[in-house]
Design a binder for this molecule. Sequence first.
Ligand code: IMP
Length: 431
Amino acid sequence: MIGAVLGLQFGDEGKGKISDFLSDKFQVEVRFNGGANAGHTVVANGEKYKFRLVPSGSLRCETVILGNGMVIDPLALIVEINNLMSSKCRAKIKISKLAHVVTPMHKELDKKEEEVRSKLSLGTTAQGIGPTYEDKYARSGIRMTDLQNLEILREKIEIIYRMKLNLLSGTEFSDAATRERIAQDLHRAGKELEPFLEYTESTIYDLYKQGKNILFEGAQGTMLDIDFGMYPFVTSSNALAGALSLGAGFPFRKVDYVIGVVKAYMSKVGAGPFPTEIHGEQADKLREFGDEYGTVTRRPRRVGWLDLPMLKYSIRMNDVDAIALTRLDTLGEMDKIRICTSYKKNGKELNYIPRSFQELEELELTFMEVESWGKLDPEILKKHDYHLLPQKMKDYIRIIENELRVPVEVLSLGEGRENTIVTQGSRLNSL
Ligand code: IMP
């Protein structure tokens, strides 16, 4: 089976946990977008693992691949690989030669660009993501394969520096010795990473031909997609299912199962429109129950109620086959639960998601309220039986399925792998 796991909200839906959970069914996992702005937490056998660049299935997969659509900080990647090697990871790691390289200059540019944006700043993760994609599309970017060649590295660093002089002058990078040090550091990292570098679009196709189950893992979420998210408060890559084709170099028609990961409520880091956001005491409670603080930045996440109109859009855009619903345990701790059921303007229901500042200001939301199911009984959790779950939780799931017309096939009821249920009818059971 060729599958994809994608976030359908603003990122942080729990994709890392779901990818790890599925890694005993898929032998290969591939990331196709973003970089160390992603932070995936996996809890396995009581231990916590944090992934930022390597796919979250790394603990159990045979092969994990960092695709060409990614932007990679080679120094951070070496640290992550070394950590993995010293833990229980036995996966073969492959990195696309065509992925783009994040340098310390890009991280500086990320901060400087935010300063210039001022009131319109996005609250980026400051990982150099935007500036690295800018260079890729300006055709002055550094690719992983360039790390082998010190002369090319020096030249490209000079080009980037000169193109971004207005932002970089007066920083440590205006010193030629600093730029030379970056070139040397990257070259050294390139030597260390050389055994992992391949034209991974061919590797993936070979694995497909061998009949391996392959899972493509999207970072961020549909509402952070550069084209279809809440622009400009988005990341700099495409996060939709279609992006896997270009970000991994795999034919999109061969993907046969798209899993959309949905958090049972909503969260968002960074600035920008968030229609169902909750404020005040209720928000504080939900944030604390869910430990909603950014994995990369530890910034407190904004939280909100489940947004069905937004999910209908994400499901259509990604052609989702099944939903993995996460954090049902957290949501149950709230006394009352609300769900946004429609978007309206002047009292008339909208059949689209407005994305202009003006339209978003005029947006009216309709909510329904449902009863909470309370804290989960650990004994029931251990039985892994959907039928034993609280009726009120099953009612919540039924509302989601009826409204979205997609089955919820995976339920996440706690951070560990063992707190996950796959429903009886799911195609995942045949793997
Ligand atoms: P950037 O990707 O660092 O440029 O950040 C752009 C926006 O996307 C900011 O609002 C970030 O908080 C958000 N963002 C980027 N990656 C993630 C993620 O993995 N989870 C949640 N939000 C993210």
